[in-house]
Design a protein around this ligand. Structure first.
Ligand SMILES: *[C@@H]1O[C@H](CO)[C@@H](O)[C@H](O)[C@H]1NC(C)=O
Ligand SMILES: *[C@@H]1O[C@H](CO)[C@@H](O)[C@H](O)[C@H]1NC(C)=O
Length: 251
């Protein structure tokens, strides 16, 4: 026997699930500019206290990032505090700055007082850590989201090749940004993709990060109509619809 309140609870859960499925399933238009994606509080790194030196330094660094956000990237690192702001390759100026401001506020709210924390938005990544992380590939802090709709064909090799080709172009033709947005016509479908590394990495580390995670997250590619991998050091995304408005190269 269900009581009325437990029935209501079940209905609400079903309703929330349905909304989530709708959100995942809908192929979002180009204009959904800056969705929140995920965050991670690095609990094992401990907390800092109000008024501590850590807080003071963090505040000063974040103030600097506000100006740095114009260029689409800012990074700071020493043995006790590192921070990275990386905006998507097509996002700089006010777009990047707006994302930074949103990300910083959300990070403080979601991970209050944690020394280490990371937040991912559509257009930027903000990461703070109490150790030196600049130039190092982070293999731990990442996730992959995929479109719930499946393809009838096994897409893993197709997507992996597409991603590998974009990675090669990003680190050879656009070394400075280590970013590439591309599209490719395949059997009547247009594939859209994007790869990017944080600017503190070397091109070699960038290639390693993208290649490694393409293999590691194969389950995210297999039969998928679209997916996005988000890491602290690199990111990739592919879809059957355009999701970046500016300078998408035919590859
Ligand atoms: C995005 O929205 C703006 C106004 O909000 C509109 O002018 C622009 O055409 C839209 N772009 C796309 C690609 O839909
Ligand atoms: C694309 O990637 C595949 C697999 O990694 C490779 O064999 C092929 O040569 C690449 N093509 C280009 C144009 O880079």
């Amino acid at each position: 026997m269900y009581s009325l309140s437990s029935l209501l609870k079940r209905l609400i859960v079903i309703h929330v699930l349905a909304i989530q499925l709708l959100l995942i399933n809908s192929e979002l238009p180009l204009n959904t500019t800056n969705a929140y994606l995920n965050h991670k509080c690095l609990v094992s790194k401990g907390k800092y206290k109000p008024g501590s030196e850590y807080e003071d330094r963090l505040k000063r660094i974040m103030k600097g990032f506000y100006s740095g956000s114009n260029k689409g990237y800012d990074g700071f690192g020493d043995s006790t505090l590192s921070a990275i702001l990386q905006c998507r390759g097509d996002s700089y100026g006010t777009e990047c700055r707006d994302c930074f401001v949103t990300a910083l506020a959300a990070l403080h709210r979601r991970c209050p007082w944690y020394k280490g924390k990371i937040i991912w938005y559509d257009q930027c990544l903000l990461s703070i850590s109490p150790k030196y992380t600049i130039g190092q590939i982070d293999y731990d802090d990442n996730f992959c989201m995929f479109n719930a709709k499946k393809l009838s064909w096994n897409s893993a090799i197709t997507w992996a090749t597409f991603l590998n080709n974009m990675t090669t172009l990003a680190i050879t033709r656009d070394k400075n940004r280590m970013y590439l947005a591309g599209k490719r016509l395949l059997k009547g479908d247009m594939l859209y993709g994007m790869v990017q590394c944080t600017k503190d990495l070397s091109t070699q580390a960038c290639e390693e990060c993208l290649m490694f995670n393409t293999v590691r997250f194969q389950h995210c590619l297999n039969y998928r109509r679209g997916a996005r991998f988000m890491g602290r050091s690199c990111t990739f995304r592919f879809e059957l619809y355009p999701f970046i408005a500016k300078s998408v190269q035919i590859i």
